[in-house]
Write a protein that binds this ligand. Sequence first.
Ligand code: ATP
Length: 605
Amino acid sequence: MAGQQVSKDLSLKEVAEVFEKIELISARTQITMLLVNLLKKTPPEVIDKTIYLLQGRLWPDWKGYPELGIGEKMLIKAIALATHTTESMVEQLYKSLGDLGRVVEKLKIEMERKSKKAPSLLAYASIQKELTVNEVYSKLTRIALAQGEGSKDIKLKILAGLLTEASPKEAKFIVRFVEGKLRVGIGEATIMDALAIVYGGGVAARPIVERAYNLRADLGEIAKIIATKGVEAIKNIKPVVGIPIRPMLAERLNDPREILGKVGGEAFVEYKYDGERAQIHKDRDKIIIFSRRLENITRQYPDVVEYARKYIKADEAIVEGEIVAYNPETGELKPFQELMHRKRKHDIHLAIKENPVKVFLFDLLYVDGEDYTLKPLPIRRTKLQEIIEETDVFQIAEYIKTREPEELEKFFLKAIEDGAEGVMVKALHSGAIYQAGTRGWLWIKYKRDYKSEMVDTVDLVVVGAFYGRGRRGGKFGTLLMASYNPEKGVYETVCKVGSGFKDEDLDKMPEILKPYIEERKPFNVVANIEPDVWVRPALVAEIIGAELTLSPLHTCGYGIIKPGTGISIRFPRFIRWRPDKGPEDATTSGELIEMYKRQLKKLSE
Ligand code: ATP
């Protein structure tokens, strides 16, 4: 009986060991192999929970469930309780070791040592037991779900109990999980590779796993399906209302003729609105809105919920569009930043009045049981038009159909004049499917020229910070920025940015960076520069510069254009934070290499 129980669960020790080993290695292939070994041992019944724990979370973020709600103070208290020490002792150790995970590990090892010497402490050893994934998962869930009065005590009690039962290594894992420090741990790409190897017969099956994940952004659920029903089951996966689909993304170019050539001649050219992307899911009266990062943003937009209920004429549907702030008196569209005002306001009904929005729809992915993602764009658009009752506040994105570069350019200028960022040019041919989760050439964005050699902004990830001098003395004044390299799963530095910040940006910097500051270089950052503090890749900022250059200091695209140099940005300037983007959504090193090549080509013309 007991044996059966164990076979349907996984010992937490196995998971904690993977994390311990990962600290010491950085090669993606080695991490994949560690995961492969772990997943082979994982019973299908707990594979979803195991995957979530590996990702440092309890469920996909888009579920919008509560966070654990454990601050540093409570964590210190729980560690003290579990290791029979005082909070000040824990704090003292924290100061010298700089990491609560290591603190709890050390204290627990100490206890183990003592209990072996002093038989009176033997009772302690008997408290420790073999924790399993199911057990830890359910306790952590109870911590997260404890809300309201008395919840602090409940959270503390469960956590202290868990840490008491854990071995030193497991306790380190649990503490880091609670602190949110595991989030960098294991990327989705690595998990998908491991699933393909274990259940799909090899990495060749990775695209199948990836497509399934793109259609249902829940790796735990995908893992469960492939582990229980096999690879065939995920080949036929369809979108489900309520689970977000990973968004299709566009490549960028700045020459109308070249753009039309790339999409195969004739194209839809649409306004590229400067708002917030919304994936709207409708199941009769129930509406859910997901952001570009697949966060559940339904609560911020009760007005959009109402529009969707009224104007989508289908029982079930998944449509995509851009939510844009506008001025109801003049009809003018307002820039993206205006929407941020709405996010900050607590009284959402006031916000609706003061920051009204419109929705411009541009795609349809699913309707009444039918998957539209594999159908070409013209079919998706016709159906979209069919199921939408257009009104002033809920309408199809402004567009034309053309094959003429001059017409494209004219429409682009009109788009800019109307407050759009530029245009999106979309392929119409029979292969023009909705490529969920992919940045490809079926969609090409053509944005406004920023009047500098570097025609477009880039979105880079903060990986370090330097203290400023003079007026900025003692404050962070410069950030070390990196691009994302999805092939290697690492962040490669591009530039140091110290200008473009307003005083208030600088004032807020310590608060913004604090949760992500690391004692050592994060394992997934590749850098030749040592900043004053390292920052875990999490924060994305939009950066513009004078031009792209080659630099021996930076590691983006290192050695690809010229040996011993990477790609950098001359005179980089901070434009704004991009809270709507995660680090994996940042501009990739590959894109920067392409941008550099295009710049060279332009200069030689
Ligand atoms: P950017 O950084 O330029 O805003 P992105 O990286 O967020 O872009 P891209 O694929 O490069 O994503 O650009 C597409 C974005 O443009 C979409 O995510 C969406 O929010 C927005 N958008 C505005 N209008 C349209 C449209 N008509 N069709 C598709 N996307 C549109």
